[in-house]
Design a protein around this ligand. Sequence first.
Ligand SMILES: N[C@@H](CCC(=O)N[C@@H](CS)C(=O)NCC(=O)O)C(=O)O
Length: 225
Amino acid sequence: MAEQVKLLGSWLSPFSRRVELALKLKGVAYDYIDEDLANKSTLLLESNPVYKKIPVLIHKGNPIAESLIILEYIEDTWNGHPLLPMDLVERAQARFWAKFIDDKCLMAVWMSCWSEGEAQEKFMKEANENLTILEGALEGKKLFGGDAIGLVDIAANFLSSWAGVLQEIAGISLINEDKHPALWKWSQEFVSSDVVKECLPGREKLRARMLSRKEAILATKAPAY
Ligand SMILES: N[C@@H](CCC(=O)N[C@@H](CS)C(=O)NCC(=O)O)C(=O)O
């Protein structure tokens, strides 16, 4: 029931969009609260006192934080569209790649877009190498989950629309048909799904928000997501 499931998120955040996508794939009804991250609600601060970040899923009054942990909770709690394969080895591999995306790809891509000069070159090299490694996990499949969207596809959402907009703003090209053909194809396939479309921020709105923050972000040495 919707009143039992609440998501504290932000329309801009790939992390909270991951949770929305998982809930929609499972067909779970939920109430969504869009947080003002410059003025966090008491509910958010009390629900995630350690990191004070969105997303937080509140199920029957129990708060669960950190998007990848929330995705696992959703998989364990609700039937319907499976986010993980049945095979135990494949499940472990999916978890590995989701963590690899968080640890090795997201920050490298993000920082490539928000740095300049030598630092930018370093981040772009790192992003390129790690995206090439990530492509190995596609192994000729159209999605990381095979024919259906799974945990790794959801974790990689940032590499679709967010990365596209940020690269455009930064005037760089990290993920394109020549450099990362498998990932490029994946991205086209991923964003063509209707349920995924419902869980993306909207290109123009995202672009406008990022452009308005560009100066402030560039002035910060280690801009947070
Ligand atoms: N590792 C976290 C990252 C979540 C995160 O970085 N959330 C950002 C928004 S994209 C946030 O709440 N930022 C507010 C802050 O840092 O004060 C996850 O996967 O859930």
